[in-house]
Design a protein around this ligand. Structure first.
Ligand code: AQP
Length: 332
């Protein structure tokens, strides 16, 4: 039996992944390498929706690749590639744009939030069509599963809608992918404002743990995380969003269950608990940071991994694109 396919991606919008990117998405990528055929894409074209200096963008793309490898993406078991290295993404992206309605694209929360923040004059058309390119990313590989954070659920739904529309108009061409979202950690919150998602575009960096930041800075951020009234370490998202977020983070990093951690901290205070979260952070991300720094010293190996990945991805992408073109009636 052929293994199921997994596709996921991450933008190269910053020097560092944040804790939410890892705990919500990349953490799932690693075990899926056993038993699934995994395609992991650095969505560098999506990154162009934010204006970035070319030298900075290049550094971020390589930095993202190195961090993914350090976190456990294994190029012998996964196809790791740049979106811009597989031209079929743009080609199928155009077809998705021609299938999507203006109304449904306008209802995408990410577009509404980001365009409201930056205003009409500074919002690029690419932000509006972002979900259609993302749909192409996924459908090209006939993915069964898409491991992402909770904030991406709507984009996976529109991907399914577009695939269903195409299949019913032109004949079965695309597999319908399922979002694969963790129950614990699918949404990691900002440490200073635990009712908002931890996000690269947060107004203040104080509540965002960037994994490539110095360990001292991150320990300080964890220790000054907003906590709630009371003293007990217990999970209650409504009454104790700050402590609940830290419990989720601690559980995800140590593999302990939230109820076990609650038990371990019975009678102890917030200070002790934050120290434990910081220790768990250091134990996990200290080596990842060191490994990333060392991988970045060998740029030619990184480039080779990405090129090999793109060549493999192109073969699969081309099969799907050809079949979509011919179903549409485009003359080959
Ligand atoms: N806070 C989060 N909790 C859980 N998962 C999250 N993801 C992002 N934030 C959280 C997941 O990370 C993956 C990559 O996301 P992306 O490519 O959209 O990354 P980004 O846009 O550069 O990062 P942000 O922080 O999400 O940026 P903003 O908020 O500025 O757009 C996805 O699977 C995502 O769900």
């Amino acid at each position: 039996m052929t293994p199921q396919r997994v596709l996921s991606g991450i933008q190269s919008t910053s020097e560092s992944l944040h804790l939410g990117n890892y705990l919500g998405a990349v953490r799932q990528w690693i075990p899926l390498q056993d038993g699934y055929e995994t395609f992991y894409c650095i969505a560098d074209l999506h990154t162009l929706t934010v204006e970035t200096k070319p030298d900075v963008l290049r550094r971020r793309i390589l930095g993202t690749a190195a961090q993914l490898l350090a976190l456990g993406v294994d190029p012998d078991r996964s196809t790791l590639f740049l979106q811009s290295g597989v031209a079929q993404h743009n080609q199928l992206g155009w077809i998705m744009e021609c299938l999507a309605g203006f109304g449904e694209a306008s209802r995408m929360t990410q577009f509404k939030d980001k365009s409201a923040k930056s205003g009409n004059d500074r919002t690029v058309v690419g932000l509006f069509t972002y979900p259609m390119l993302q749909a192409a990313d996924i459908l090209l590989y006939q993915a069964d599963l898409v491991p992402v954070g909770e904030d991406q659920r709507q984009h996976i739904e529109i991907t399914r809608d577009l695939a269903t529309r195409f299949n019913s108009r032109y004949g079965k061409t695309f597999n319908l992918p399922e979002a694969f979202i963790l129950k614990t950690g699918g949404k990691i919150f900002d440490l200073q404002d635990p009712t908002s998602k931890m996000s690269k575009s947060a107004e203040s960096a104080n509540g965002v743990i960037e994994i490539m930041d110095s360990p001292d800075v991150n320990v300080k951020k964890i220790k000054s995380a907003t906590t709630d009234n009371g003293r007990e370490i217990c999970f209650d998202e409504k009454e104790k969003p700050g402590i609940s977020n830290l419990l989720t983070i601690h559980a995800a990093l140590t593999g302990l269950s939230v109820s076990q951690i609650e038990k371990d901290f019975e009678g102890k205070g917030y200070g002790d608990f934050k120290t434990a979260v910081a220790d768990a952070y250091l134990a996990f991300f200290g080596p990842v940071r060191e490994k990333t720094i060392s991988l970045l010293k060998d740029e030619s190996t990184l480039l080779q991994i990405l090129r090999t990945g793109a060549a493999k991805a192109q073969v699969e992408a081309e099969k799907t694109l050809e079949s979509a073109y011919s179903q549409l009636g485009l003359v080959r």
